[in-house]
Design a protein around this ligand. Structure first.
Ligand code: ADP
Ligand code: MG
Length: 712
């Protein structure tokens, strides 16, 4: 048989027939390299098998047991089907719950009395311990011989057992080891197992790649807990590399931007000075610092290149003003600026703010939304094309329609935390190279920001305006409702306003909408002495805007709304927010919603009303909300609770899925890989030296020719 190399197709390997070959293809595994990158997701430590009675929450354990039965039931309101596999040993019974079916026919394989091994994390749920999605394997007699070892557990897949995988990977590793010794690096088809430059491996103390692969797939007999927790130097090496290819790509983009010709702005700040003089308050130190950073980007690059900056600032930290100041610098330089936001309500609100603050300075502001009348739009567009409108505020449509600017110099994107690398790239394809400012309140944990926005510079507004007192938050049950209502009433009596927010979950939009409407009627009965407005996503934009305006101007004391008010809305006189079915919201959404209050000088309150059957996880979320108002802390906790995949929605963010790496667990490694990627470009900005040319090929391979366009 021919020598096995990293690029050998899997079907050419002894023991891989057509059937298995097809299975591999389904899993996206084509070559030996792919197979070796199919990492164990956990290890079963058979040296310390456990009894059911001895299990404690949060332990990762392995035990031998026998099947009692498999049942399925429907979980409460969520209407999700849950499978429950009960197993027992001499010491007791435990439930293994599955909230999705690993693969078709998975549960049919279990028969009462069947011997199995269960490997998983012990979970505490409603007062008892159980497993959620453990690995369950047949405990066949021929496995008993392995009883004193640490066994890799691969992701569960149909038609491919862990035993098969272990055997095949072992075989491939042996063959590779033999062939790597023989192969000459100059021979065509030779793929070195290690593609990282020597200096980098030394500096970051990385073990050899092949050794890492081997150890990860074949755990040493004396493997420690660090090893089974995926924290060994071998795991670190592979995790580092996974992050590194992403960070290298982001660094190459950053390098590309640094070479792109930009608009030559001068440091003109007369308008900014006038604006500041007109404000009834002082800017915070953080607002000033952020503005300085922006000004430096706009004017300080030699030769000029476009600013690519992200401003992160918690809700209410005053990002809008910073954006307007940046816009003024562009305008004073003779360019146009645009401020893009995700919703029409927000566009309308920013337009009003901008007009109020900037028209006294002689700046012409225009509004661009989908709901403009045709004639209005035509007029606005012609003013924009002539350059008469200097600041265009609007929704996404603004840039997607390629509305014609005369000389666009600055693009500001507000409240778009999901605006990822790829969308920005697309904007550029329009052939404009203006400065870019992205503003987000969704406090993305720093680590995640590094991956999603890795090619942006980051400013943080980490200070709230003076005189804000923290919002007090309490979670309550149905039994607290009468008290809650009286509490709201007392604040309305004092002249304040309140929000009542209802969830709107996509699948059952109609039902939820009905809830909001029914509740609207109920609340009207409860507050006969006040005016109430209703706001929901099914309303026409101008209806929404009307309701919003009435609330802002104080003609409604209560605004009943679905989550359409989530982002950016600013009504300082409103100081009480009631969130119904708070358990249905995610942490970042709750934080965003809560940010609608606490915007003025009045002490503010957020009441989280819980429905029935609230899960432990939801309770944890609400507790986090009670304990802190710090958006960054909340986002870190959110990331821990939900995991990175759900946190951003991979598709929208352009965030790749990692095989072994975990952004939460491996933060330190992520940071190191980022530093390393930056250093590569400092040493060799076009990746041309012999030690870096592999990096160049990898970029090309993983991200296409465009990834090299910027770096020449
Ligand atoms: P966000 O960062 O959530 O977008 P906004 O820009 O909407 O916050 O600002 C929230 C409120 O705080 C607005 O009413 C704004 O006028 C006010 N504000 C902004 N900066 C300051 C400041 N330095 N001092 C006092 N109030 C401020
Ligand atoms: Mg805002």
């Amino acid at each position: 048989m021919a020598v096995i190399k990293f690029d050998t197709p899997l079907q050419f390997i002894k023991g891989v027939g057509p059937k298995l070959g097809e299975r591999f293809k389904d899993l996206g595994l084509f070559t030996v390299q792919d197979l070796l990158d199919w990492y164990p997701r956990a290890y079963e430590d058979r040296r310390a098998a456990r009894s059911i009675a001895s299990l404690k929450p949060d332990e990762l354990v392995s035990l031998r047991a026998e099947v009692v039965n498999v049942k399925s039931f429907i979980l409460g309101r969520s209407r999700r089907k849950v499978y429950d596999l009960t197993v027992r040993d001499e010491t007791g019974k435990i439930h293994c719950k599955f909230f999705r079916v690993p693969y078709k026919g998975y549960f049919e394989r279990f028969q009462p009395l069947q011997k199995v091994r269960v490997i998983g994390k012990v979970t505490h749920y409603r007062g008892q311990i159980e497993f959620h999605h453990p690995d369950v394997q047949d405990d066949t007699p021929d496995l008993v011989a392995d009883d004193d070892v640490v066994v890799p557990i691969y992701p569960e897949t149909e038609g491919l057992t862990n035993r098969q995988l272990r055997k095949l990977i072992g075989f491939v590793l042996d063959e590779l080891k033999a062939s790597q010794r023989e192969l000459d690096p100059r021979v065509k088809g030779y793929v070195p197992s290690d593609r990282l430059p020597k200096w980098l491996k030394e500096k970051y103390d990385l073990v050899d790649r092949f050794e890492a692969l081997e150890k990860v797939h074949r755990p040493p007999k004396d493997a420690t807990k660090d090893f089974t927790d995926l924290k060994s130097p071998y795991h670190r090496r592979l995790i580092f590399e996974e992050f590194f290819w992403l960070e290298l790509w982001l660094a190459s983009r950053k390098e590309g931007v640094a070479r792109e010709p930009g608009l030559p702005f001068e440091s003109r700040t007369e308008l900014v000075k006038k604006l500041r003089a007109s404000l009834p308050f002082e800017l915070t130190g953080a607002q000033l610092r952020t503005f300085e950073e922006i000004l430096k980007d706009l004017t300080g690059f030699k030769p000029p290149h476009p600013m690519h900056r992200l401003v992160q600032g918690d809700v209410g930290s005053g990002k809008t003003l910073v954006a307007l100041m940046a816009a003024l610098v562009a305008i004073e330089n003779g360019y146009q600026a645009t401020l893009m936001v995700p919703t029409e309500i927000l566009a309308e609100q920013h337009f009003r703010t901008a007009e109020k603050l900037l028209s006294p300075l002689g700046v012409q502001v225009g509004l661009f939304t989908g709901s403009l009348k045709t004639s209005e739009r035509a007029q606005a567009q012609s003013l924009l094309a002539q350059g008469a409108i200097q600041l265009a505020v609007g929704t996404h449509a603004l840039i997607e329609d390629a509305v014609g600017f005369k000389n666009l110099g600055l693009v500001i994107i507000d409240e778009q935390h999901r605006f990822g690398v790829h969308q920005r790239a697309r904007l550029k394809e329009k052939g404009v190279s203006p400065h870019f400012l992205v503003m987000t309140a969704t406090p993305i944990p720093r680590t995640l920001a590094m991956t999603v926005y890795g090619d942006l510079d980051v400013s943080q507004i980490d200070e709230l305006p003076k005189g804000r007192s923290p919002i007090q938050t309490r979670a309550g049950y149905e039994s607290h409702r009468p008290k809650m209502i009286e509490f709201v009433r007392s604040h309305l009596k004092a002249g304040r306003q309140a929000y009542f927010v209802y969830p709107l979950v996509e699948e059952s939009e109609k039902i939820d909408l009905k809830n909001a409407m029914t509740e609207f009627e109920n609340l009207k009965q409860k507050f006969p002495e006040y005016e109430l407005g209703l706001l929901h996503g099914r309303m026409k934009p101008d209806e929404k805007e009307h309701v919003m305006r009435e609330f802002r101007d104080g003609r409604y004391q209560i605004l009943v709304a679905t989550t359409v008010i989530e982002v950016g809305v600013d009504v300082p006189n409103a100081n009480v927010m009631v969130i119904e079915h708070a358990e249905r919201f995610g942490l970042s959404q709750l934080h965003q919603l809560r940010g609608r209050v606490g915007r003025g000088s009045h002490k503010s309150f957020c009441l989280l009303m819980m429905g029935h059957a609230v899960s432990d996880e939801a309770r944890t979320r609400l507790k986090v909300m009670e304990e802190t108002t710090d958006g960054f802390l909340i986002s870190e906790r959110d990331l821990e609770i939900r995991g990175p995949g759900e946190f951003l929605g991979t598709r929208q963010s352009g965030l790749p899925g990692f095989k072994l790496a975990n952004i939460v667990r491996d933060v330190r490694i992520l940071q190191e890989s980022r530093d390393a990627a930056m250093e590569v470009f400092r040493r060799d900005s076009s990746l041309v030296t012999s030690e870096h040319k592999w990096l160049r090929l990898q970029l090309l391979d993983k991200h296409g020719p465009a990834s090299l366009a910027g770096i020449g």
